[in-house]
Design a protein around this ligand. Structure first.
Ligand code: CXF
Ligand code: ZN
Length: 380
């Protein structure tokens, strides 16, 4: 079938809206008509080139990373299912999960669906069987982000990347649990294990960090300090549970000193747009004795060096924890978070700063770069 998609032909270029050819769903795959897609910062890492597959591996496999359809935060309606799909049918409402979960691999079986073995395909640009369902009209294969490609009116993806949701939920809000909301909320509740009475700092309060703020608040933190250089984001954070705000690390350190009588933070959660190894020690300096730093941010794939005072790290018994998808289990946590939205305990509507059409995607990403959005959402 023909559909429309935002195609990125190369890093550091604008998206172009193209008519594309989309194949039928194969075994265990589903054709989805998207209703909405969140515009996550991680897609921007494919635009800047911070994140890409190893060129040597790509060449060995005969694949290419570009042209690519980005987007991994989708909400839509099933149009057709491929052979072997029994758990979804046409008309079902679904959200994507940027991490797949097969339920059968050792990680899924252990209760760590965010580490599903099929995650190995996330940056391959291909479906799990190594082939493409998306093609330019001249036949060129298109890669897709996270095996999804939600910046398109339709897409075909594996059942492992879809979670069924209740039909009365608005898909233009529910789509946000596909990545940003669950990643941020889980970073606070699972990875940081925020406990009642904790003092928490969230560094970077965009589409992920804002949900770490509301996760920490809901988990009973006494103080939640939202650290962001953008005034609009600091203001917004106070509606999501931040008790205090700071515009830089020095301001947050001074605030922590006063609030905790020098004991500093129990948990610091790093949700900046691009993680930098050089900043790690300044983040760790806000963590108190026995405290934990959670690193959620995406860094450049070649970022190998970090600044960290190893003596203080050991002597003050600090912890450094990495996390993907906020250490959440998509098939358990996506419905759970949508339940919290339904009961009014999780804010989703307020995360959406602006909506765009697919044709306005470049404008939407420019707004993100300019710090104007908590989340921009494309409405199809
Ligand atoms: C990213 C993490 C790295 C792979 C692509 C998706 N996470 C969410 O935005
Ligand atoms: Zn994302």
């Amino acid at each position: 079938m023909r559909t429309r998609a935002a195609v990125l032909y190369a890093p550091h270029t604008e998206y172009k809206i193209e008519e594309i050819e989309l194949d039928e769903p194969k075994a265990n795959e589903v054709l989805v008509r998207f209703v909405a897609s969140g515009m996550c910062h991680s897609d921007e890492h494919m635009v800047t080139g911070d994140m890409a597959m190893d060129p040597a591996i790509i060449e060995m496999l005969g694949w290419q990373q570009y042209p690519i359809i980005l987007g991994h935060e989708g909400g839509g309606i099933v149009e057709k299912v491929g052979p072997g799909v029994t758990e979804l049918k046409p008309g079902d409402h679904v959200v994507t999960s940027f991490v797949p979960s097969c339920g059968r691999c050792p990680s899924c079986a252990k209760g760590q669906q965010n580490l599903c073995d099929n995650g190995a395909h996330l940056l391959s640009g291909r479906q799990e069987d190594g082939t493409s369902r998306h093609h330019l009209l001249d036949g060129t294969d298109l890669a897709t982000m996270c095996c999804l490609g939600t910046f398109a009116e339709h897409s075909v993806m594996n059942i492992n990347s879809l979670v069924k949701v209740e039909e009365d939920l608005p898909l233009d809000k529910a789509c946000l649990v596909a990545c940003g909301v669950t990643t941020g909320w889980g970073s606070a509740t699972y990875a940081a294990e925020v406990a009642p009475g904790d003092t928490v700092v969230v560094i970077g309060t965009g589409g992920v960090g804002m949900n770490a703020v509301q996760g920490a608040h809901l988990a009973g933190a006494r103080y939640v300090i939202a650290l962001d250089p953008v005034e609009f984001k600091r203001e917004q954070a106070q509606n999501f549970g931040a008790t205090h705000v700071a515009s830089d690390v020095a301001e947050a350190q001074a605030l922590l000193g006063e609030l905790t009588w020098g004991r500093m933070a129990d948990k610091v959660i790093v949700t900046v747009g691009e993680g930098k190894g050089a900043d790690l020690e300044s983040y760790m300096s806000m963590v108190g004795k026995g405290g934990r730093l959670v690193f959620t941010a995406v860094a450049n794939m070649n970022e190998n060096d970090v600044q960290l005072n190893l003596f203080a790290f050991a002597m003050q018994q600090k912890q450094l924890v990495g996390t993907i998808f906020g250490s959440a289990n998509p098939r358990y946590d996506i419905p759970k978070l949508l339940g919290l939205y339904r009961s009014g305990q999780l804010k989703l509507d307020e995360l959406v700063t602006r909506t765009y059409t697919l044709d306005q995607i470049n404008e939407g990403y420019q707004d993100m770069r300019d710090g104007k959005n908590i989340r921009g959402v494309i409405i199809y």
